[in-house]
Design a protein around this ligand. Structure first.
Ligand code: HEM
Length: 474
């Protein structure tokens, strides 16, 4: 088995282990919010923290594994680096588990300053340090992975070619594949994303060592710059797989060209500015940045989603497509990205945000483009990869059942979040007071839907796992 295959199967394997566990942690949160599991209430916030940072991390590495494999059709990412990052990630995960299960660290996934230092006895300071070290280890190895993929692209293409600027100028040669263009526009901001994380962590370590307080607004801007980017860039990396795999299913070519190049170059700039929408309620934030945040949030959806969704519809329309598990999940994942994006744009409107900020509308929209977007796209590509290697006959009826369970279960779960948000249920509440008791009912119904999703996911892992095993033996 060659190194590239072994690395890809390792990344798929780690996602197949961590995702169901983190999903169950998410169900645990909903179960507490549904007024059950009273004996385990004190674990709500440590589990919320683990779930949030765990999920954002798992889907970042899944998206990077997908992008790295897509890229390997055109350039040569280092397999040694991929292996090094794999073991570095495992070390980071273990340290994170120590900080949560050993120290009950519970400051939330974006550890908003100064909360990690203000535990008021809820967790010891060593747990905070452990959490920061786990982020540092993962941040460094993912930064190295990012730089290596950019190195591989730069070895074959100049920057302007990789970004398709010649297409914008009306030229058609060299015919840079969309996968190269999209991955480059995602990886360049990823460098800024990790640099911002490094600065935040250094400021945390400096305060730990010297006691010098940091500026809250600076820390919040840096943290959300990192958080917003890592989630959105994961999505863009997975979307590169749509452009690269759909031609195989439809038998129709999908080239870059002027529209695709312009759209994704706009994304490269806009994605760096949209994060301001996380600070609308921070009245100390300069007003001009709030306006930039709203304008950038509105623009951000257009180039990436509209060009991709319409492009995909055009390539699929009346094509003789076999709706296998791989293609179906890729297709519906792309749709989920668009649907979640609409929920996000609604929330990124200042007038609306003043009502929806920190209600369950926020988890509703990011879970939409994560669960029914990125997750489905990445799982679709993992199946596509394993099936290409193993080539086992496909039971399309069984596949349809799996897809329906993941769609109905997932969207039912999300609907309960949206309804809760529209009815002013706050996020991050373990218990809902009497005046918000309908929150508990929505949680219980959400849990039932998530059970259907979980069954679909386990059937998916069984079906893909057969192919993964065969691919491993090749
Ligand atoms: C697949 C099943 C999932 C379930 C059942 C689930 C459930 C939940 C619940 C109940 C919350 C707390 C909401 C609140 O009251 O504030 C939550 C928060 C969160 N979830 Fe999920 N989730 C799932 C998938 C995901 C995925 C795929 C991601 C990907 C990134 C994700 C990321 C997060 C984050 C970042 C938070 C916020 C944590 C915080 O506030 O610190 N979840 N999730």
């Amino acid at each position: 088995m060659d190194r590239a295959n072994r690395n890809m199967l390792n990344w798929i394997g780690i996602v197949f282990v961590l995702f169901p566990l983190l999903l169950i942690a998410g169900m645990f949160l909903r179960a507490i919010q549904a007024n059950t599991l009273h004996s385990a209430e004190s674990w709500f916030y440590p589990m919320m923290t683990l779930h949030g940072i765990g999920m954002a991390s798992v889907w970042w590495i899944a998206a990077m594994a997908v992008a790295s494999h897509v890229l390997s059709r055109y350039v040569e990412p280092s397999q040694k680096v991929s292996r090094f990052v794999f073991y570095g990630t495992i070390i980071g995960v273990v340290i994170l588990l120590v900080s949560v299960f050993g120290g009950r660290f519970a400051a939330g996934w974006y550890f908003l300053y100064p909360l990690p230092f203000k535990s008021q006895g809820a967790w010891p300071q060593w747990a905070t340090l452990c959490f920061l070290i786990s982020l540092t280890v993962c941040g460094i190895v993912w930064f190295i992975w990012t730089v290596d993929l950019l190195r591989a692209i730069a070895k074959k293409y100049t920057l302007s070619q990789a970004l398709g600027w010649h297409f914008i100028r009306g030229k058609s040669e060299p015919d840079v594949p969309p996968a190269i263009l999209i991955t480059t526009t995602a990886l360049i901001p990823a460098v800024a994303c990790f640099l911002s994380a490094v600065i935040v962590l250094l400021l945390y370590y400096y305060e730990t060592l010297t006691g010098t307080r940091n500026d809250e607004l600076l820390m919040k801007n840096l943290t959300f710059f990192f958080g917003h980017l890592i989630v959105n860039l994961s999505l863009y990396l997975a979307v590169a797989a749509i452009y690269d795999s759909f031609p195989k299913y439809t038998g129709r070519e999908w080239h870059s060209g002027k529209i695709v190049a312009t759209a994704w170059n706009v994304v490269l700039v806009i994605v760096l500015l949209a994060y301001f929408h996380h600070l609308y309620m921070d009245f100390v934030q300069p007003k001009s940045l709030q306006y930039i945040g709203q304008i950038a949030s509105y623009i951000s959806g257009i180039p990436s989603a509209v060009v991709t969704v319409f492009g995909a519809m055009a390539i699929v329309y009346r094509a003789p497509v076999k709706w296998s598990l791989g293609f179906s999940l890729l297709f519906f994942g792309m749709m989920g990205w668009g649907i979640g994006g609409i929920g996000a744009v609604i929330d990124s409107t200042i007038a609306v945000n003043s009502k929806f900020h920190n209600t369950l509308w926020v988890p509703a929209h990011f879970h939409s483009y994560m669960i029914e977007g990125l997750v489905l796209m990445a799982l679709g590509y993992f199946y596509h990869y394993c099936q290409e290697k193993a080539n086992i006959p496909e039971n399309l009826k069984f596949h349809k059942l799996i897809v329906w369970l993941m769609l109905v279960g997932g969207y039912g779960f999300l609907l309960m979040f949206y309804l809760s948000g529209a009815k002013a249920i706050p996020r991050r509440f373990a218990f809902y007071p009497a005046e918000l008791s309908h929150g508990a009912l929505f949680s219980a119904i959400g849990l039932v839907f998530m059970t259907a999703f979980l069954i679909g996911l386990l059937l998916y892992i069984y079906e893909t796992g057969k192919r993964w095993k065969k691919a491993r033996a090749l």
